[in-house]
Design a protein around this ligand. Structure first.
Ligand code: PHE
Length: 452
């Protein structure tokens, strides 16, 4: 009798589509430009790239290994691989991180839906930056509309998660992700051809290390983790759906490459236009929502491009939110023995409840602060810089020191041999370099500058 098959990806391309779908999202197009803008540009980008390479890929690979080896969810995998120990706490932290991330992420995802309609209604026409900004603030500081869109977005996420990971994701990402990439390139060309664009390129690519502080190094690390979807078990969960004949290292490198390409291109899309219009790069979370409409106005066919762009941005956000909710649902389903329906409803509704607080923190709750941050800012800050950073730290410590070298190497050799020298280097990074680097950045920022 054949064993019942665990729901999983159909093959190499399916995994790539799903993992890249998780990685590419608002993190690249919304968060990366504004964090880079606030932290000095070029030097920040260099540090970010270093973290993607030296920390991001090894952590991503570790997550795939843990997931595929255990065939289990973010928390259950540690219980299965190391029974009787406390390592499952890493998984618990990941599940809490899922709540933190999705609460504020769904706020911004909701904004992208609103902007599809604004684009369709030609709501950007003839407005200058100041007016676009005023409208962004007016919309986000309202109550009904942003909350309405957030709930719609969470409902969409729940519908896809309910259908099961494999069926929903693969089909759409295959077409929509390349479409998004092409559209971004077109917008980059327009942005670069504006008079005065050069200053924006210099801002993004010419490093000025005077602008770097311990805090901005932590932000670069947090952003790298956030953008790659590492540090909270999303990729452990997806890893558990990966077939044995899929090469893990190749997949991790490809996902990181696509993700980084889209982040850098998003910078090329935003900064030249921004400098051409004489605006400050430190515009905060509204940056892309104000700058992009301005670029669309000056593009032939801008009306259609703007609608298409915000649709694709919503889809990119959706393929990310799915992976976050799936962490919670897979856990509840497998560990708490709930049905997929029940798990999705409980997870989705409780996250939405916290999410509404994030959304309202631009309006009615804007004076309600914790550690001097609004609920949205706090969730946004904590997700990347505390949860994912420490999550990544514990995951490499687990992989390097507990899972063991031979388990790790056996697993990465399934589905395609990894050269022994490369395997040794990876183990060395996971055991020593990554934990020391992540630990030093996190602790340095914490003790020297105060984490918040
Ligand atoms: N990587 C996603 C993005 O860049 C966000 C995300 C973070 C998704 C963590 C899953 C886990 O938009």
């Amino acid at each position: 009798m054949a064993l019942p098959q665990r729901d999983g990806f159909s093959g190499r391309f399916g995994v790539l589509a799903a993992a890249a779908g998780s990685a590419v999202g608002l993190g690249n197009i919304w968060r990366f430009p504004y964090i880079t803008g606030e932290n000095g540009g070029g030097a920040f980008l260099l540090i970010y790239l270093f973290f993607i390479l030296a920390i991001g890929i090894p952590v991503m690979l570790s997550e795939f290994v843990i997931g595929r080896r255990s065939q289990s969810n973010a928390l259950g995998s540690f219980k299965k691989l190391s029974p009787g120990s406390s390592w499952w706490l890493i998984g618990l932290m990941g599940i809490i991180a899922a709540f933190v991330i999705l609460s504020f992420y769904s706020t911004v995802s909701g904004w992208t839906l609103e902007y599809i309609f604004q684009a369709a209604a030609s709501g950007f026409d003839g407005k200058n930056m100041e007016q676009l900004n005023t409208e962004f603030v007016a919309f986000t500081s309202g109550s009904f509309r942003p909350v309405f869109w957030q709930i719609i977005f969470m409902a969409l996420t729940a519908v896809v998660v309910l259908a099961g990971v494999q069926k929903g994701i693969e089909k759409y990402t295959k077409i929509l992700m390349p479409a998004l990439l092409i559209l971004i390139i077109i917008i980059c060309i327009r942005s670069l051809s504006l008079p005065g664009a050069k200053a924006g390129l210099e801002f993004l690519f010419v490093p000025d290390f005077d602008k770097i502080t311990g805090q901005s190094i932590l932000l670069a690390l947090g952003q790298a983790a956030f953008s790659l979807s590492i540090g909270m078990g999303a990729l452990i969960t997806y890893g558990s759906y990966i077939r044995k004949d899929t090469p893990l290292l190749g997949t991790a490198v490809q996902v990181a490459t696509v993700d980084t390409l889209i982040a850098v291109l998003s910078g090329v899309m935003i900064f030249p236009a921004l400098f051409a219009m004489g605006e400050s790069p430190a515009g905060g979370p509204g940056l892309v929502f104000v700058t992009l409409p301005k670029i669309f106005q000056s593009m032939p066919g801008g009306y259609f491009f703007s609608i298409a762009f915000f649709i694709l941005l919503s889809v990119a956000a959706l393929t990310s939110t799915i992976s976050v909710l799936e962490v919670v649902v897979a856990y509840m389903k497998e560990e708490l023995k709930m049905s997929r329906l029940k798990a999705t409803l409980i997870g989705g509704i409780s996250i939405t409840a916290i999410g509404v607080l994030c959304t309202l923190s631009f309006g009615p709750l804007k004076d309600f602060t914790i550690f001097g941050k609004t609920v949205f800012d706090l969730m946004n800050y904590m997700s990347a810089n505390i949860f994912l950073t420490f999550g990544a730290l514990f995951i490499v410590i687990y992989t390097g020191w507990k899972l063991g070298k031979s388990n790790f190497i056996n697993e990465i050799n399934e589905g395609g041999k990894v050269h022994p020298l490369i395997a040794t280097i990876l183990v060395f990074i996971i055991k020593f370099i990554a934990p020391i680097a992540v630990g030093a950045v996190a602790i340095g920022a914490f003790f020297i500058e105060g984490l918040m």
